[in-house]
Design a protein around this ligand. Structure first.
Ligand code: NZQ
Ligand code: ZN
Length: 394
């Protein structure tokens, strides 16, 4: 078991009444001039943004708006947000949307006081020491950014998708009303479910096998999401199951499922190159990669995969053959992805196989020109990254 620090300071306000006191919470966390940051049309259409504008106006809190965040949020809008915050003396950011909006908000929040260009941070060339406070109103359970310390931004110059993590950027509060997720299209619902599961699995596939509490929490989150998925796919306004998924999404990525273990994260970073190059949804990209990664790394520790197969997916344990049990688990996981409309290969993800040139480019970017490895369950260098991309390309 590894030593760990578990620090998750976000105030979670969950349920049907959660949106009622947003303005009061902004004031509580020191906001007096707000940037209201959001994505495309979904929050406008659902009536959420009009409701928030009304609350802020009634509370006498001045605000300025910046919409237009796209999935795989772009650096150019982050820079625009930073300029606006500096010009207008913004002291609080309210993110209304999903992981893309929250991540864009985080980058604006730590980019505003940062004296150099914000992209430096994503290149690992700097460190922040200040960050504007952020609150969020979550509309899609998926990325877990509402409680995480992470932020992922895409630089259109070179289509580089990179992350930066700092405790300073954790949301002060997260408003979560499962009813707001009723309008999610099935594809986005499924992408979110996949991401939630992957945040749990990235931490679960570890060689630390004495962290029973953490393992049991992770397995419960995975089983709960697997049970809830078919319900919400067919009955999108089912509050009870939408709620399970929403809460699971936060617990999956607020570090709870990583206490005492060391995470792998190779699938995530292999995927980030896919969503940077092909602009696909992050969750779909994860589903396309996971099975190939799993088969590739399985020999490192078959009994870990066998435990996953038995405890999460209900595979019967063949005690004489952990590899066979493990493989059945991977097959069952992929069948689950397919059942919710997720791809399990790159051709299914982008509608054609990637070219050999694209495979080489993906691996080159992922290993940052041979300066970087991925994964802990099995360490992947450039060649291994190419292997996994090729496996996923069949
Ligand atoms: O822009 P709008 O119109 O709001 O549409 C969004 C968007 O098209 C739509 N949507 C959101 N809520 C909705 C809704 N549509 C109808 N009804 C609603 N209630 O859903 C689409 C996807 O939204 P997005 O925010 O992109 O999804 P997600 O939360 O999956 O975020 C993905 C981003 O988060 C990053 C991913 O890489 C990706 O860039 N991640 C961030 C992490 C973090 N900060 O800790 C960790 C993750 O592993 C991940 O990498
Ligand atoms: Zn993710």
């Amino acid at each position: 078991m590894r030593d760990f620090v578990f620090h998750t300071p976000t105030e979670v306000v969950f349920g049907k009444e959660a949106e009622e006191k947003i303005a009061a919470r902004i004031t509580k966390y020191g906001g007096s001039r707000v940037l209201l940051h959001y994505g495309g049309q979904s929050a406008e259409r659902s009536g959420l943004l009009p409701k928030i504008r009304q609350q802020l106006t009634e509370a006498g809190i001045p605000f300025t708006e910046l919409g237009g965040v796209v999935p795989n949020p772009r650096l150019s809008l982050v820079r625009e947000g930073i300029a606006r915050c500096r010009e207008e003396g913004i002291d609080f950011i309210l993110a209304v949307g999903g992981g893309s909006v929250i991540d864009s908000s985080k980058a604006i929040a730590f980019g505003t006081p940062y004296e150099h260009d914000v992209w430096e941070l994503f290149e690992g060339k700097g460190k922040v020491s200040a960050c504007l406070p952020i609150g969020c109103v979550l509309t899609i359970p998926a990325a877990g950014s509402e409680m995480s310390d992470g932020c992922v931004i895409t630089n259109e110059q070179g289509w580089l998708k990179r992350g930066y993590s700092t405790q300073l950027s954790r949301c002060r509060f997260a408003i979560m009303n499962p009813e707001r997720t009723y309008t999610l299209p099935p594809y986005q619902t499924a992408c979110g479910i996949t991401d939630i599961m992957m945040h749990t699995m990235e931490r679960y596939f570890s060689h630390e096998d004495d962290m029973n509490v953490t393992d049991a929490i992770a397995e419960a989150i995975l089983r709960t999401v697997i049970d809830a998925a078919p319900v919400v796919m067919h009955d999108p306004t089912n509050y009870r199951y939408r709620a399970q998924i929403m809460w699971a999404g936060s617990l999956a990525h607020n570090d709870l499922t990583g206490c005492g273990t060391v995470g792998d994260w190779a699938t995530h970073h292999l995927e980030h190159e896919l969503s940077a190059l092909f602009d696909v949804a992050h969750g779909a990209g994860l589903a396309a990669m996971w099975g190939s990664w799993a088969r590739y790394v399985l020999p490192e520790n078959p009994s870990r995969f066998a435990r996953f197969a038995v405890n999460v997916l209900g595979v019967e344990n063949d005690f004489t053959d952990p590899v066979a049990t493990a493989l059945k688990g991977i097959e069952r996981m992929e069948a689950f992805y397919r059942s919710i409309g997720m791809p399990t290969s790159i051709p299914e993800l982008i509608g054609r196989p990637a070219t050999e040139e694209e495979i080489l480019l993906l691996a080159d970017k992922c290993c940052r020109q041979d300066t970087h490895t991925e994964g802990h369950f099995k360490v992947l260098y450039r060649k291994e990254m190419e292997d996994v991309y090729r496996l996923a390309n069949r």
